[in-house]
Design a protein around this ligand. Structure first.
Ligand code: ASP
Length: 340
C-alpha cells in the first residue's frame, strides 16, 4: 500500500516538473488599440500594459508584445493594413518559433482588417484578431477573457489552414464571415448566415468546419512589395438618390467604385445613372446592403460591372483594391469575386 502511495506521489511530482519544463508555445501579440485597450475617459492603454493586466496568459504561452499602433479602429486605413501585413511577415521571418500572431484591435473595422489579412498573409501561422465591447475598467469587461481565448485558439493545431480568425465572446469566426451587428453588446458579432467555425469552452477549443473560399497561402494577392493600394470609394444608395452626387464619385481620382445597393443589387434611378457617365470605364462592383444572401447574376458582357455575390460593400472594396493590383479586366475581377 505504502509503495503504491509513494509511486503516485512520484508520478505526480514527475508530471508537475515535466509540465513546468515543457516549453510553452511562443505567441506574438500585436496591439493596435481599440476598446480592448481603453479605459473610460482616459487615453488608450499601451500594449505592454494591456497584456500585463492579464497574467493568466502566461499559463498558456510565452508571450511577446509588440505595440504596432494605438488607435481607435475607426481611424484604421489601407496604408496601416499594408504596413501591418509587412510587419507580421518580418516578425515571422525573424522568429520561426512564433506559433501564432494575435492582434488586439478595435471592433469598428475589425471585419475589414481581418478580411484584408485573410487575403494577404501568406503563411500557415494563424492570425487571430480579438477585441472587446467593454472598456477594461467597466464591470464585466470582456477583454481579458477574449484575449485568453484568442491565444488558446491561435495555439490550437486546428487553427492552421482556416485563414484569419476572430475571437469574440467565446465564438470563433472566419474573417470572411465576420459582421458587426450591435453597437454595444458583447455579442456584437452574432453568427451570420454561414455560422461560427468554432467555440471556446473552458476546457477545450473546438472547430467544426473550415472556410473553403481562397485565403492566406492559397491567395494570389501579394502586397509585400507595394507602397499603396488602389483608391476605391463606396457609394451608398438610398430612396431618392440625387444623380448629381455621382459627379463627385466619377470625377475623383479613384480607380473603382463599390455600390452598396438595395436587396438583390437593385438601385434607385438616381444611382442607376452611373452607367451613363463617361467615367464608368472604372470597374463598378455591385454589393447589397442587406446583411445576408447573395446577389444573383454575373458580370454583364462588355460592361465594367462586377457582382459582389454575398460580400458586403466594405469587404468588396478590399477585394476590388487587391484585384486591381493584378488586373483591370472586369471578367478576371469577377473571377476573383467568385473565388475569394
Ligand atoms: N472604438 C472602438 C474601436 O476602436 C470600438 C471597439 O473597439 O469596440 O473600434
Amino acid at each position: 500500500m505504502n509503495k503504491i502511495v509513494t509511486l503516485i506521489i512520484l508520478l505526480y511530482c514527475w508530471s508537475m516538473s515535466h509540465s513546468q519544463n515543457t516549453p510553452k508555445p511562443h505567441v506574438l501579440i500585436i496591439t493596435t488599440g481599440g476598446t480592448i485597450a481603453s479605459k473610460t475617459n482616459a487615453p488608450l492603454i499601451e500594449g505592454h500594459e494591456l497584456i500585463q493586466a492579464v497574467p493568466e496568459l502566461n499559463n498558456y504561452a510565452t508571450v511577446e508584445v509588440d505595440e504596432f499602433v494605438n488607435i481607435g479602429s475607426s481611424k484604421m486605413t489601407p496604408s496601416i493594413w499594408l504596413k501591418l501585413v509587412k510587419h507580421i511577415k518580418s516578425a515571422l521571418d525573424a522568429n520561426p518559433k512564433i506559433k501564432t500572431v494575435i492582434i488586439t484591435h478595435g471592433t469598428d473595422t475589425m471585419e475589414e482588417t481581418a478580411f484584408f489579412l485573410n487575403l494577404t498573409h501568406h503563411s500557415k501561422v494563424p492570425i487571430v484578431l480579438v477585441g472587446s465591447m467593454r472598456s477594461s475598467n467597466e464591470i464585466s469587461a470582456d477583454g481579458p477573457a477574449n484575449l485568453i481565448n484568442a491565444v488558446r485558439v491561435g495555439i490550437s493545431p486546428d487553427a492552421i489552414g482556416k485563414g484569419v480568425l476572430v475571437v469574440m465572446n467565446d465564438n470563433i469566426s472566419a474573417a470572411r464571415d465576420l459582421l458587426k451587428m450591435n453597437n454595444r453588446r458583447v455579442d456584437a458579432f452574432p453568427s451570420t448566415e454561414l455560422g461560427y467555425i468554432g467555440f471556446c469552452d473552458p476546457e477545450k477549443v473546438t472547430f467544426y468546419r473550415s472556410p473553403i473560399k481562397r485565403h492566406t497561402l492559397k491567395s494570389e494577392f501579394d502586397v509585400y512589395h507595394l507602397d499603396s493600394l488602389p483608391k476605391i470609394d463606396i457609394v451608398q444608395d438610398f430612396a431618392g438618390f440625387d444623380p448629381k452626387i455621382l459627379t463627385y464619385f466619377t470625377d475623383r481620382p479613384n480607380q473603382g467604385l463599390v455600390i452598396s445597393s438595395f436587396a438583390g443589387g437593385r438601385m434607385s434611378s438616381g444611382l442607376g445613372q452611373i452607367f451613363n457617365y463617361p467615367a464608368t470605364h472604372k470597374p463598378i462592383v455591385i454589393s447589397s446592403s442587406i446583411k445576408s444572401g447573395r446577389i444573383m447574376g454575373s458580370n454583364p458582357e462588355g460592361t465594367p460591372v462586377i457582382i459582389a455575390n454575398d460580400l458586403p460593400s466594405n469587404k468588396a472594396r478590399i477585394l476590388l483594391m487587391l484585384s486591381l493590383t493584378k488586373t483591370k479586366d472586369t471578367k478576371k475581377i469577377q473571377d476573383y469575386f467568385n473565388q475569394y
